[in-house]
Design a protein around this ligand. Structure first.
Ligand code: NDP
Length: 480
């Protein structure tokens, strides 16, 4: 039985249906959809402020990362600056001295960071994994790619290895946070080297796509879509195995440091360890849902994604951990009800994020006929919607209008942002710097949402308007 949407349109393309109503048929891109896909697979207008905007970001991000780390580590989390015009030069010299002395890319940092990258590549190659078919890729003539999803087993192996290295004093986990500056610099060098290296290799082998012709812009946006080495899809591998693993181990490192220093771990540090573990575990246990995300089937592998995965995420998202590792717990102690509120908010937001991502990805897999249930921990209630309603578009794809997606067009963004806010709130008002993640993230999400909706409105035309009329709110139901 087809459920008609408001407007009572009779056309197939404007109906809201339920999966299974049409005998579980598979969504296929129509000829009309293929024309739009071809249009979207070409470079259109410049985004991110064009060549000048992306150049500013490529130079500005590393400087911002140094500045924020210096403020947290050396200046009690205060946003320091020159005290007068005459102080500008001495101030810059002081900043440079910190970078030179405390964030040099020393041999130790090369070993630690390169060791992690090599170990994650090794695990990605050899660990057993769940094989998931991706969505049809327009630029590959609607061929689908297979993804080896072994991030979860790789994570468990990394945790066991790290525990062993720590226990036997081969590599003490406290060293990660103590060498934050040095490792961050090496991470940045990796980010730049891989971005430029991948760009040149792609162009040399003629595998570039959607190019603008402007060098800086194309390095930033990327040249290739699905770079692979053996069984490893580099883009998916780098999105999970580097940033979120480091973020989690920074929190673990902070715990070890507190334990060694005070003999206990504060609830705040335990909160960050739980929060970062939930995130990395979600990426691992639901890895088969990642090929259905925009990053995988549309965004190319350029500086924007590479630098952020290798350096940006790991070294700007957990300033609260860096602060706690270098300050007395009395600076950020809360009452029990406040802790209860923070933990409850984190777990609730996590639940919405996990299940909303799962609902949409699994719906997409079901409609492509490529869904197989994967029993990983934890599988939360309502992560798959039974008999979901959707809009059949003229393009061929289907837009889900059930579950969390009945209330908001971006429930996953809202929940993800709330989590990011708690990562700063766990430190209270001790320093503003840990809130950088949520402030930066909301800017990214709003901008990303604008780009995404623009693309969807071109791709789906009137069907997108119909979808927006049914799911009225972008983010928070009843508000916006
Ligand atoms: P979405 O998961 O919202 O994916 C958007 C795409 O999904 C659209 O382009 C469209 O693609 C499809 N889509 C949108 N609405 C529907 C619908 N109702 N039914 C079916 N398909 C739909 O966004 P992202 O891929 O950007 O983000 C994934 C997650 O990653 C989010 O939770 C986000 O917060 C997180 N993220 C985290 C970052 C971080 O640094 N922490 C950075 C960036 C993202 P189409 O129709 O073409 O298939």
């Amino acid at each position: 039985m087809a459920v008609e949407t408001n407007g009572g349109a009779k056309s197939d393309t404007l109906r809201q249906r339920k999966v299974g109503d049409n005998n579980g048929d598979v969504a296929r891109t129509t000829d009309e959809g293929k024309k739009v896909d071809a249009l979207l697979d070409q470079h259109g207008s410049y985004e991110f402020g064009g060549p000048w905007g992306v150049t500013a970001m490529m130079t500005g991000f590393p400087m911002l990362m140094y500045y924020l780390w210096i403020c947290v580590w050396f200046y009690d989390g205060k946003l320091v600056g020159p005290s007068s015009l005459d102080d500008i030069q001495p101030f810059l010299q002081r900043m440079w001295a910190h970078v030179r002395d405390d964030a040099s890319p020393n041999l130790y940092a090369w070993k630690v960071y390169s060791g992690l990258v090599a170990y994650q590549l090794f695990l990605g190659w050899v660990m057993p994994g769940f094989m998931q078919e991706g969505l049809p890729v327009p630029s590959l003539g609607y061929k689908t790619l297979m993804y080896k999803c072994n991030a979860l087993w790789s994570l468990y192996a990394t945790m066991i290895t790290a525990a062993g290295l720590h226990y036997y004093h081969i590599f003490r986990l406290t060293e990660i946070i103590d060498n934050y500056g040095h490792i961050m610099t090496v991470a940045m060098i990796y980010g730049f080297a891989i971005s430029f290296g991948v760009y040149f290799i792609t162009v040399a082998t003629g595998n570039q796509m959607r190019m603008s012709g402007n060098f800086a812009y194309d390095v930033f946006m990327g040249a290739c879509l699905n770079p692979r080495i053996g069984p490893i899809d580099l883009k998916m591998w780098a999105e999970v195995r580097i940033p979120w693993v480091i973020v989690f181990f920074l929190a673990v490192s902070g715990c070890c440091k507190q334990y060694e220093q005070y003999g206990y771990v504060t609830p705040n540090m335990a909160f960050m360890t739980l929060a970062t573990w939930l995130y990395i575990n979600a990426c691992g246990k639901g890895e088969e849902c990642i090929p259905q995300t925009w990053d995988m089937y549309h965004e190319k592998w350029g500086f924007m994604v590479i630098f952020w995965n290798f350096a940006g995420v790991p070294f700007t998202y957990v300033y609260s951990v860096v602060y706690m590792a270098s300050h007395d717990p009395s600076m950020y102690r809360f009452s029990t009800p406040t802790y209860v509120l923070l933990f409850t908010t984190l777990l609730t937001a996590y639940y919405v994020w996990d299940t909303s991502m799962s609902q949409k990805s699994r719906f997409k897999m079901q409609t492509q006929g490529i869904h197989t249930f994967r029993n990983t921990f934890p599988q939360l209630p309502w992560n798959v919607i039974k008999n979901p309603t959707y809009i059949q578009t003229a393009h061929g794809n289907r837009l889900l209008t059930s579950g969390w997606w009945a209330y908001s067009r971006k429930p996953n963004y809202v929940a993800d942002w709330i989590m990011s806010f708690t990562w700063g709130a766990i430190i209270g008002l001790a320093t503003p710097i840990p809130y950088f993640y949520s402030v930066f993230f909301i800017t990214v999400l709003i901008h990303r949402c604008g780009r995404d909706f623009e693309r969807c409105s071109i791709k789906y035309g009137k069907d997108w308007e119909r979808y927006c009329a049914i799911v009225k709110y972008k983010f928070i139901p009843g508000v916006y």
